[in-house]
Design a protein around this ligand. Structure first.
Ligand SMILES: *[C@@H]1O[C@H](CO)[C@@H](O)[C@H](O)[C@H]1NC(C)=O
Ligand SMILES: *[C@@H]1O[C@H](CO)[C@@H](O)[C@H](O)[C@H]1NC(C)=O
Ligand SMILES: *[C@@H]1O[C@H](CO)[C@@H](O)[C@H](O)[C@H]1NC(C)=O
Ligand SMILES: *[C@@H]1O[C@H](CO)[C@@H](O)[C@H](O)[C@H]1NC(C)=O
Ligand SMILES: *[C@@H]1O[C@H](CO)[C@@H](O)[C@H](O)[C@H]1NC(C)=O
Length: 332
């Protein structure tokens, strides 16, 4: 018995040898377990290596399965529009995307990993619109906080009835508005029943708002590390539901979680200097969080009490170490 047990442990270690201790880099959450099937990206398709923006733009078109390996730096002159059944993966220590960001619009089954997405000015770093089954994993998003909330847009925004998405092991830093789920309180009819997103093991450092901010959907937010998330991290409004568990908040983080409907002026001063009023959202707390010195404001407890899939929580005391060791570029 003992020998058998050790033998199986050894083979397990061999299989997961690439990930640092305590890290499981396999797909977990809504992009895996959902009613329409797991996200597989370009699996089964051909592998295409690209080194120029033109090659990259051509390779991600259409619905044929393909695994696109991007090598080097890509200064894009227009949005990179990624089709269905694609895996877009940065080679080695990561590919660099600047100039324009990435759009996944009205498509399904897309994986994006190991990209550095920096200083995108034309729109979000990544926009997922009217699309299903997307896995955003092991990327690094950054710019600066020097120009106010509206100079850059979001880092990874998920809008217009998009669904069954996992955002994992990303390093989001030095940016104001991180990740918006549902981009208007006027889109109740479009978005309700959609916008199921799992955020796990992301490292958010020196950010302003939206880590994430959701409307009308369901987001499971677990085992993320927030450090100096200055104004408001998790925001659930317009009847949105969040399940928040096993997260750690550190440094100068004002508000870790709010379901209060007001879109704070620190988020969107462009529309009203007092902020914008919306209906409140809902929040449920699962496994214990470490809020640090941040406040929480739960005005409505919801019914999203457990995630409808299997996942393994990292023990709270190990979250800082595991997240820092596992996120970002060059890890997969
Ligand atoms: C990308 O190209 C634009 C336009 O030519 C240029 O202004 C910018 O400096 C370039 N960015 C990088 C990172 O090379
Ligand atoms: C790729 O995506 C389309 C949806 O755009 C889907 O209908 C099709 O079955 C997929 N093709 C393969 C080979 O998986
Ligand atoms: C959403 O995507 C589907 C394809 O999955 C398409 O048929 C539909 O027209 C799109 N809707 C909008 C509003 O873009
Ligand atoms: C929480 O939200 C309520 C509104 O429901 C607001 O009046 C209150 O000031 C907030 N409390 C904290 C601690 O932020
Ligand atoms: C969960 O709560 C929402 C908001 O109150 C409600 O609309 C929905 O019907 C509830 N779902 C279940 C399954 O009870």
């Amino acid at each position: 018995m003992k020998t058998l047990f050790l033998a199986s442990l050894a083979s397990l270690n061999f299989l997961t040898a690439a990930a640092p201790a305590g890290c499981d880099f396999s797909l977990v959450g809504f992009a895996k377990d959902n009613p329409i099937g797991p996200t597989t990206g370009g699996q089964g398709g051909k592998t295409i290596k690209v080194t120029s923006p033109a090659e990259l733009a051509a390779a991600v078109q259409g619905n044929e399965p393909a695994i696109i390996i991007a090598q080097g730096a890509f200064n894009l002159t227009s949005r990179l529009k990624v089709g269905s059944n694609k895996s877009l993966i940065g080679a080695g220590s990561g590919a660099l995307i600047t100039g324009s960001g990435i759009t996944i619009n009205s498509n399904t089954n897309v994986i994006i990993r190991n990209l550095a997405i920096r200083n995108i000015l034309d729109n979000d770093g990544i926009t997922i619109q009217n699309s299903t089954r997307v896995w955003i994993d092991h990327n690094e998003f950054s710019s600066d906080l020097d120009h106010g909330p509206d100079h850059y847009d979001g880092q990874c925004d998920i809008v217009r009835a998009s669904d069954w998405i996992t955002v994992s092991w990303n390093y989001f830093h030095d940016h104001w508005k991180s990740s918006l789920v549902g981009n208007s309180d006027a889109l109740r009819d479009v978005d309700s029943g959609h916008l199921h997103v799992t955020y796990h093991h992301n490292y958010w450092r020196h950010e302003g708002t939206r880590g994430p901010a959701g409307r009308f959907g369901h987001q499971h937010v677990f085992n993320n590390l927030y450090e100096d998330f200055l104004y408001q991290a998790i925001h659930s409004r317009s009847d949105n539901q969040v399940l928040v568990e096993g997260n750690v908040f550190r440094g100068n983080t004002r508000e870790a979680l709010s379901t209060y409907g007001l879109v704070i002026p620190d988020d969107s001063p462009n529309t009203s200097p007092e902020g914008d009023w919306e209906l409140d959202g809902f929040a449920n707390l699962g496994a214990k969080n470490d809020w640090g010195t941040a406040t929480i404001n739960i005005t409505q407890v919801g019914n999203f009490t457990r995630a409808p899939y299997r996942y393994k929580l990292t023990p709270l005391k190990q979250v800082v170490k595991v997240v820092k060791a596992g996120v970002g570029l060059g890890k997969i």
